[in-house]
Design a protein around this ligand. Structure first.
Ligand code: SAH
Length: 234
């Protein structure tokens, strides 16, 4: 099986892995958005006691926070260094019910079909050659009646201006080259892949950012960053 991953993308995250938990470092945006997405996911899926898999977990910012809410979480990624950082951080933080594995979403789906109550796949699809295949794997991993959450970046002129020119070049919130415009995903495309995989789209939310106040909030404006909540029919 050819692996659905871009080695350059994985290397990029590997090189920055030691910086993952610095709240003022390169991954600062992930730290800043985490409470927002965590509360949204928890509000819908009621994390306590659930079995969760976090696809493309990186250094574990979301995975660890879901485990701290009482879920039993498996974080998977194909970049080794972020996984090591995630493991170390979990040990130091003393968070239990949290494991990490280097395995592709598609391979885990073949190994543990319908193995999880909740699947999260945040800020990851825009780094993958064939995102539809990851969406399909997420649908296969979730139990009937369970939840699948995605977040990514829209593809239009405003998203280019905000997510690449603004965030990488003007505000320097992210390292240059973090995102590639051609890999951005329209909500209609993501919803289409989800439906083809047998999921039902339950919610679509925009995530907005004000650079002056440095605040993030959820809204109906999906023109740049957005989140999707899907369910697998029971
Ligand atoms: N989901 C985390 C990290 C986002 S950064 C969060 O939102 O906090 C994107 C992550 O996706 C990186 O850790 C990168 O290594 C991972 N990634 C990129 N391509 C991948 C692939 N094909 N399979 C699994 N993980 C991948």
């Amino acid at each position: 099986m050819t692996i659905n991953a871009d080695p350059q993308e994985l290397a990029k995250f590997g090189e920055l892995a030691h910086r993952w938990w610095d709240p003022q470092g390169e991954f600062r945006p992930l730290h800043q958005i985490n409470p927002l997405r965590l509360d949204w996911i928890d509000g819908l899926a009621k994390l306590k006691g659930r079995r969760v898999v976090d696809i493309g977990c990186g250094g574990g910012i979301l995975a660890e926070s879901m485990a701290a809410r009482g879920a039993s979480v498996l974080g998977i990624d194909l970049s080794v260094k972020p996984l090591r950082v995630a493991q170390l951080h979990a040990m130091e933080a003393g968070v239990e019910n949290l494991d990490y594995r280097e395995v592709a979403a598609e391979a885990l789906a073949a190994e543990a079909p319908a193995g999880f109550d909740v699947v999260t796949c945040m800020e990851m699809l825009e780094h993958v050659p064939t995102p539809a295949s990851v969406v399909q794997a997420c649908a296969a991993l979730v139990k009937p009646g369970g939840w699948v959450f995605f977040s990514t970046i829209n593809r239009n002129a405003k998203a280019f201006a905000f997510a690449i020119v603004g965030a990488e070049h003007l505000l320097k919130m992210l390292p240059k080259g973090t995102h590639e415009y051609a890999r951005f995903i329209r909500p209609s495309e993501l919803a289409g892949w989800a439906r083809e995989a047998g999921l039902v789209v339950d919610q679509l939310k925009g995530m907005e950012y004000n650079p002056l106040t440095q605040r993030y909030w959820l809204s109906a404006d999906t023109s740049v960053n957005y989140l999707v909540a899907c369910r697998r029919p029971s």
